[in-house]
Design a binder for this molecule. Sequence first.
Ligand SMILES: [Fe+2]
Ligand SMILES: [Fe+2]
Ligand SMILES: [Fe+2]
Length: 406
Amino acid sequence: MQAQAGVGAAERPWGGHCRRVAALACELGRRLRLSSAELIALEEAALRHHAELAPGAGEAAGPDLSPRAHAVLHSFRHPEHPAGGRPAAILRVAEAFAERVEFLPFQPAALEQIIDEMNWLAQRGVYDPNVTAYLGALVSIRMEDVLATVHRLPVFPAVALRALMISPEEETSLERMESLVSSDQVLAGAVIEAANSSLYNPSRRISTITQALTYIGLEGARRVVLAQVFRPLFACRALGRLWRHAVEAAVKAERLAVLSGAANAQEAFLAGLVHDVGRLALHRLGGAEGERYARLREKGADAVFVELMLCGFDHGVASAEILRSWSFPAHMVEAVEHHHRPEASRSPMAALLHVAEAWSDQAEEEDLPSPRRVQRALKQLGLGAESLRPGAEPEHWLVACLTEAA
Ligand SMILES: [Fe+2]
Ligand SMILES: [Fe+2]
Ligand SMILES: [Fe+2]
């Protein structure tokens, strides 16, 4: 994917909202056939549309803006001045649309409702109707397109569900895990590697599956199996980052389940591993739709915003459809479906996944953080914000172990 002209990733200190506005504005600008020079000015003005102007320098006279971007920003702030032309009209629409999407945690609405409102306001002269007309046209990726990519993903392996179903209460649980691990060389190697890792720090080298399982226990083995089973789904360099996030979310979801007692810890770990499998599918979209998705993400807009614009649903909904096709239990499907909108579900695991997501290192890539949503989800779990204190969770050996090689 070729980088767009304009401002590069390393030069984006303006926050998630401005990146959303800039990405949407540029996409609308492309549809409305703006010239390259207009697109560059539009992106520059959009990224700076909340910037303080230099003191005493006068309106739209910030020192870092090109003259074209000045004109766009000036018209954006003062619609009676037409010098900014169509880019300014596009910026007004992109900004208003992004703000309405950002209000969803406070007043949930359907995306079509937001687009209808924008068109209604355009008919009354608030926005340019030629621009708002393209908002609806951006929604071009259907759920069928996303699910079609699932056929190219490996089928969810039965071994993961078998590992999940071994109950610690059973007398023969370790024997059952041993026979499952012994059935696969990679699993056997991973379990032995984990037992020899610095976390367990055995006094002498462990070399058999039986010794390893005795050392790391049933729960340790279960995590190694689940992680190994899912890793091939992310087996390409570009998806390594997504894989690291999945492991981190799994560990944090498990931790929150233990802290809150609101969900089964093993299920929370598995839900964390698969919560973003819909993103994985969207990354594998081909054709013009896939390019548009990649282009908007490359502009720095977060995943949920891009998905709402292009699909009308977020990747939580796509993940849920995929898990349904893998015959996951209904309560886990529901939790994953609502992990970015936990207020739309009564599932405690949805709240738990939302907090794990917000607590993860890559949180801002997925959605703009909403303290209101996190606060509500923590309350549902009976937890306080102190549970998320930095350092509350020591670095998990599994995260270190699995991400080193990614
Ligand atoms: Fe704004
Ligand atoms: Fe997500
Ligand atoms: Fe995530």
